[in-house]
Design a protein around this ligand. Structure first.
Ligand code: ASP
Length: 344
């Protein structure tokens, strides 16, 4: 069976506008002129391109829905999927898709590039060709990768564990809290023990997201007006609270009171650390015990990208209150590490 390449846009398919030098997206026909290597895959690859390729800063829920519905409509005809996507929001899209594609048993590999395809030193060709190779890899008659992953430079990561950490390096992504799924050198070395294997059921795509959410990043000296402005957003249903260290926040009464009032209004609050590596462990310090007491959920080692898309996804499924809190704390697609899995 063939691989389906889904082209959404991003730097990989951009060219400099001769008038002002800014980067603008190419359509797929223009893009493939820069990658003659694609002809080698001619019999094994089909392409579905967005009519209007986008810079991934313009990604929104409808982009995720479009990608997921292409995968759903073509799931049985293809052995795997490669998505060309801008790097800026790739970690959000990878996370969102990992939740949407319930029952996924085939590879969905996102990749892109730091330099446009027209540049001599572009990283786009290698990324694209490696992503296609990974999407076709099989072992014992089964796809090696059966989840949403991000291929960038010399690494393959679980998609919902990634974070874009560099605007400069070719290795632009990291997976701070989960081992790489593969390292790419002369050979592609898969980390078989770390690959997601779930019970196989049919692909079931859930496409509804609830976007009445917000991120409140705390900082020393933040004003009450700032906190109140975020917590009083009309219709707010869920909040990512970006805290210090292992989930710590000021103990000041006004701050805890504001959060408590929000929680009492039914806003579900998920505590995610501003550190890129490690866990939220509410109750470890006095400065997080109060958060625990007012019903804020600890987000373990989730990235902000995974936490936010998961919150929007679970709210979109109609969950609220206790059921929502329970689901937030459990892994859906390998996006968080549970203490029990660490043997604690
Ligand atoms: N702004 C671009 C995008 O995310 C950056 C990139 O692709 O690297 O679409």
């Amino acid at each position: 069976m063939k691989t389906l390449l889904i082209y959404t846009g991003g730097t990989i398919g951009m060219m400099e506008n001769p008038e002002n030098g800014s980067l603008i997206p190419l359509n797929f026909n223009e893009l493939q002129n820069y990658i003659p290597e694609l002809r080698k895959f001619a019999n094994d690859l089909d392409v579905k391109a967005f009519d209007t390729p986008i810079d991934s800063s313009d990604v929104n829920v409808s982009t995720w829905q479009s990608i997921a519905s292409i995968i759903e409509d073509n799931y049985d005809q293809y052995s795997g999927f490669v998505i060309l996507h801008g790097t800026d929001t790739m970690a959000y899209t990878a996370s969102a898709l990992s939740f949407m594609l319930d029952g996924l048993a085939k590879p969905v590999i996102l990749t892109g590039s730091q330099l446009p395809i027209g540049r001599l030193r572009t990283d786009g060709k290698e990324n694209l060709i490696t992503a296609i190779e990974i999407a076709t890899a099989r072992r014992n008659g089964e796809p090696v990768i059966q989840e949403v992953a991000v291929l960038f430079d010399s690494k393959l990561f679980r998609g919902n564990r990634t974070h874009k950490f560099s605007t400069e390096n070719f290795d632009a992504f990291s997976s701070p809290n989960y081992d790489d799924l593969a390292s790419i050198g002369i050979h592609i070395l898969y980390n078989h023990q770390k690959l997601l294997r779930k019970e196989k059921n049919r692909l079931n795509v859930h496409s509804v997201f609830q976007t009445d959410v917000a991120i409140l990043k705390i900082f020393p000296g933040m004003s009450k007006a700032y906190v109140q402005a975020v917590l009083n957003i009309p219709n707010l249903k869920g909040l990512i609270l970006e805290t210090y260290g292992s989930g710590n926040a000021p103990k000041e009464t006004w701050f805890i009171n504001e959060l408590q009032q929000a929680a009492q209004k039914g806003i579900v609050i998920l505590n995610i650390t501003q550190c890129s590596k490690g866990f939220v462990e509410q109750g470890l310090y006095q400065t997080s015990a109060a958060l625990q007491q007012i019903g804020i959920i600890g987000g373990a080692d989730m990235t902000t990208e995974a936490a936010l898309t998961k919150l929007m996804f679970l709210l979109g499924k109609g969950l609220s209150g206790k059921a929502l809190k329970e689901q937030l704390a459990l892994p859906i697609a390998g996006e968080l590490t549970t203490f029990s899995s660490l043997g604690n």
